[in-house]
Design a protein around this ligand. Sequence first.
Ligand SMILES: Nc1ncnc2c1ncn2[C@@H]1O[C@H](COP(=O)(O)OP(=O)(O)OP(=O)(O)O)[C@@H](O)[C@H]1O
Length: 248
Amino acid sequence: MIEINNIAKSFGDKDVLMGISCKLRQGETNLIIGGSGTGKSVLLKCIIGLVRPDAGEVLYNGRSFYGSDKEAQQAIRREMGVLFQGGALFDSQTVHQNVQFPLDMLTSQSAEEKRERVEFCLQRVGLEGTGKLMPSEISGGMKKRVAIARAIVMNPKYLFCDEPNSGLDPLTGVKIDELIREITDEYQITTLVITHDMNSVMEIGDNVIFLQKGKKLWEGDKDSIMHSDVTELNEFVFSNKLLRDMRE
Ligand SMILES: Nc1ncnc2c1ncn2[C@@H]1O[C@H](COP(=O)(O)OP(=O)(O)OP(=O)(O)O)[C@@H](O)[C@H]1O
């Protein structure tokens, strides 16, 4: 479990996050949703330690991230898998090399151990046999799968995905969501996904946190989101015509 307690962050005189608290449970896909510029990415960066919050705390299974020394923070970081927006693959490296990268950086495994682990992860995301291809030779959906394989190669306890299906067609997006959900469940990972895609919310939203202008306005599961009485959330959710039609 990840506990986020009262995170606040300002840039200059701009308050971007104003006291965000929530609990992200193990084995569940936790989603942060909200319109553009509401602070989702900054919150993610505060959670994973890329941006230091001005106030607040993040606890990883009870271990305080910001209260820890560099070594302990590094140990927590090793338990994180991160799927950055856009996938962020290295274009000059093969699919296999991309997935192997964290093993090269963070472990002293033998070449054979690494090869086996990479092949296992590629097979797990449905990409067996593609290791020799270059990123330029595969589709957008496959690139996301490679990025997911790389994010899980270190066997993370915590998985963070920033807009995992941005730029994908809806069907491919759903498949990526399903893969994230399956992996979360299978390996009992604590997963956090940032999205503004209502499809994702309805598919994989075990726990959904709605941000608006740096504040948490609502939290609940995908089944209760359709019946909330928070005006701002309703405006966000029902800007999607299909959901509006479903409600009527
Ligand atoms: N390093 C920074 N310096 C100054 N302002 C920043 C910085 N990072 C983010 N911001 C500001 O913080 C606000 C929230 O940004 P953030 O990227 O978290 O939004 P978001 O909800 O993720 O939006 P989107 O869905 O468009 O990605 C924005 O107004 C942004 O300009």
